[in-house]
Design a protein around this ligand. Structure first.
Ligand SMILES: Cc1cc2nc3c(=O)[nH]c(=O)nc-3n(C[C@H](O)[C@H](O)[C@H](O)COP(=O)(O)O)c2cc1C
Length: 141
């Protein structure tokens, strides 16, 4: 199945995990970059609030032809229990009819309270959520 990994990463953890997944699966990969990189304080004060409100942020145009893929894996960091705003900007561009896997990368808090709402955003775009994975980077091994 032709698969694309689209990811956003603020501090590098999701980038590392996405690269590993691409190497393991042979999927294509593209990093989604914000038009203006957020400063750390802004991420915590404004970004986290935006994440809770499921707001978007301005991103650079996605170069991959999303229509050319059967499956799209979206990987994003968790901010204040929700996907970071860049995730919402990616979702807005999803063509309908895609199989979508979601990978949420948090320090340890996970996304228990936001997962259903996040999956709904995907189904509302006419796509199918095939998998939902919470990765906790600080979890004890
Ligand atoms: C603004 C902000 C809010 C965050 N909120 C949470 C949170 O609610 N729960 C959690 O477990 N981690 C939280 N984190 C930590 C990140 O989710 C975690 O470090 C993740 O691995 C970062 O991925 P990245 O390096 O790809 O940006 C937050 C980080 C930032 C910058």
């Amino acid at each position: 199945m032709k698969t694309l990994i689209l990811f956003y990463s603020f501090s590098g953890n999701t980038r590392k995990l996405a690269s590993k997944k691409a190497a393991e699966t042979g999927a294509d990969i593209e990093e989604v970059i914000e038009l203006k990189r957020m400063f750390v304080l802004k991420a915590y004060f404004i970004g986290a609030y935006s994440a809770i409100k499921r707001k978007k942020t301005e991103i650079q145009p996605i170069k991959s032809q999303l229509n050319g893929y059967e499956k799209i894996i979206i990987m994003a960091p968790v901010w204040a229990g929700n996907p970071a705003p860049a995730f919402n900007s990616i979702v807005e561009q999803l063509p309908s009819g895609k199989k979508v896997e979601l990978v949420m990368v948090s320090a340890g808090g996970g996304t228990k309270n936001s997962a259903e709402g996040t999956k709904n955003l995907i189904t509302m775009r006419g796509c199918e959520v095939t998998d939902y994975i919470d990765i906790k980077t600080m979890a004890k091994k």
